[in-house]
Design a protein around this ligand. Structure first.
Ligand code: MG
Ligand code: ZN
Length: 162
């Protein structure tokens, strides 16, 4: 069993300008993210990203655009020594199809929990929208709501030792 810090992407990891992040050029990791994820890594947490990417279904950007951003993010995390595990994304949107993965649906988190033997009680989810927390709550994982683009260094996690 392993402890996991689940993170939404847009507005939590990277700056959310209030519209989709369509390309790597528009992807900027927020101040404090790398430092915070390194700290959580040192506390024994693996990092899993759980992100709705409905812009793919809407044709705002392609799957490859998303994957390019994801490769960049993953490299940035791994280069910093962060225990990054995996990204789960939902490419769907209600405009074209219904799915179970789009948050507040919990299918992405359920998949991660099963695949990585996640310790539900010891894990948490950070998101800037209620639907992030709803997805986590459906699986029994505690959620921490932040403001969009909030500096993660300002978070106080009572269940963390440090
Ligand atoms: Mg978000
Ligand atoms: Zn989906």
């Amino acid at each position: 069993m392993r402890k996991v810090a689940f993170l939404d992407r847009d507005g939590v990891i990277n700056h959310d300008p209030g519209d989709y992040t369509c390309s790597l050029q528009e992807f900027t990791i927020l101040p404090g993210v790398i430092e915070t994820l390194k700290k959580w890594t040192s506390e024994g947490y693996g990092i899993v990203v759980i992100t709705n990417q409905g812009g793919i279904a809407k044709g705002r950007y392609s799957l490859e655009d998303f994957l390019e951003i994801d490769r960049y993010m993953r490299s940035a995390f791994i280069d910093a020594g962060i225990d990054y595990i995996e990204t789960y994304f939902c490419p769907h949107h209600e405009v074209s199809s219904r799915c179970l993965c789009r948050k507040p649906g919990s299918a992405m988190i359920e998949k991660a929990v099963a695949r990585h033997a996640v310790d539900i009680e010891a894990s948490f989810m950070v998101g800037d929208k209620m639907r992030d927390l709803q997805a986590a709550a459906a699986v029994g994982i505690r959620g921490l709501k932040i403001d969009v683009n909030q500096d993660l260094r300002s978070l106080r996690l009572p269940f963390l030792k440090a």
